[in-house]
Design a protein around this ligand. Structure first.
Ligand code: 6PG
Length: 253
């Protein structure tokens, strides 16, 4: 069966059967974005997320079928957000990607630009911002080649939560936040740097996401209440890969 694709003002939506199909499609987008960026400029900078949804994608990319398709020497990994925990903690977003993926590929250590969750949140955010600025050099507002995001049931993305002051940030690239929901300090990229990405890929699966997703991808103004609805690339493109359960309340499919 053909994948329904919907073009909206806030991105292209692809509805796939289940999380496995979402992950396979994401892996193929990842590999082709990587190849084309390396061919053009010998570099690919990606910001990835934690949570449960991208785990299968990471396992795929670290598997034999994918890991030899990319010249990892030119690929640089950053994180959209991190929980303030040591890097070997179960909750670490670094670990979520490292164990199934980054530890399995021929990636130079210097290409891993992790957020130091073990440090004091203010310092970790400041150091991370400096690391990003150093890496990109000149531009006032750096832009990643690809950003992989998830969406929480409350419409949060990265560690940008509904109603949080962090949504108003216009200058900083990375800031510390406190999440009431997880009772944890976190570090997150801010909307200005997310929206400056060349390609943004949202991965959303499961029935618990259906209601909020229908608001965010709908035509009403309500989407602005949700941080994921505030992600709108300035010059890049955005694709939502969602499974049928998460798409359950979308109109017009
Ligand atoms: C995190 C994330 C976060 C995540 C969403 C969705 O650190 O938790 O980066 O923004 O993407 O909460 O999480 P799930 O994939 O677990 O539903």
């Amino acid at each position: 069966m053909e994948t329904p694709v919907i073009e909206k003002s806030n991105g292209k939506i692809e509805v796939l059967s289940d999380l496995e199909a979402v992950s396979l499609r994401a892996a193929s987008i990842f590999v082709s974005a990587t190849k084309s960026s390396i061919a053009r400029k010998k570099r690919f900078a990606v910001a990835i997320s934690g949570g449960s949804t991208p785990r299968r994608l990471y396992t795929l990319l670290g598997s034999e079928a994918y890991r030899d398709q990319v010249d990892w020497r030119y690929v640089h990994f950053f994180w959209a957000d991190e929980r303030c925990v040591p890097k070997d903690d179960e909750a670490s977003n670094f670990r979520t990607a490292f164990d199934p993926f980054l530890s399995k590929i021929a990636l130079p250590d210097k290409n891993i630009h992790r957020i130091k969750g073990e440090e004091a949140p203010d310092k970790a955010a400041m150091d991370y911002e400096e690391e990003i600025r150093r890496f990109f050099g000149g531009p006032e507002r750096p832009g990643f080649d690809l950003i992989i995001l998830g969406m929480g049931e409350d419409g949060h993305t990265a560690s940008l939560f509904p109603g949080s002051k962090s949504l108003e940030e216009t200058v900083r690239l990375a800031i510390p936040v406190y999440s009431e929901e997880s009772r944890r300090n976190r570090i997150t990229l801010t909307l200005p740097i997310l929206n400056n990405g060349d390609q943004i890929l949202f991965l959303v699966a499961g029935p618990s996401k259906a209601s909020v997703l229908s608001e965010i991808l709908g035509d009403g103004e309500k989407k602005k209440r949700f941080p994921a609805g505030l992600v709108r690339p300035v010059h890049g493109n955005m694709t939502w890969l969602i499974d049928q359960e998460a798409a359950g309340k979308l109109r017009g499919l």
